[in-house]
Design a protein around this ligand. Sequence first.
Ligand code: HEC
Length: 113
Amino acid sequence: MNKKHIKAFVTAVFILPLVFAAFIGTAAEKVEADAQDAAALYKKNTCFACHKADASKSFDPEKTDEHHINAILKGVKGEKPPYMPAYETKGIDEATAAALVAHMRELRAAAGE
Ligand code: HEC
């Protein structure tokens, strides 16, 4: 083996797994970041103002994710104001809405319900 081959060998054996490990690590961080984003969005979009910090108001955990995601995207016109605003037009997509619903379920579970 000449020097060039040794270098290639070292790269393949030692560097590539490192790159791979870093990549996996990033994917795990992304999931973590999504959960943090949902918490931040819950505050930023003042969801807590109407639903309370523990999501105990106007949120029925018995209903399906589909129902909740639709409510966030399209809004809900209730009997009297304040109504649930539609967030689809405010840059919240389906995946983000799903993360928000998961976050609200967690808040509710943490509150012991
Ligand atoms: C201006 C007050 C207000 C704000 C702000 C608000 N909501 Fe709502 N939301 C409501 C009301 C009121 C309802 C219930 C409507 C109904 O069923 O009559 C509701 C319903 C919902 C539902 C469906 C709950 C169920 O059990 O049917 C979800 C999910 C939801 N909101 C999530 C959110 C999220 C996430 C945010 C922030 C991005 C948010 N809301 C911001 C007032 C608000």
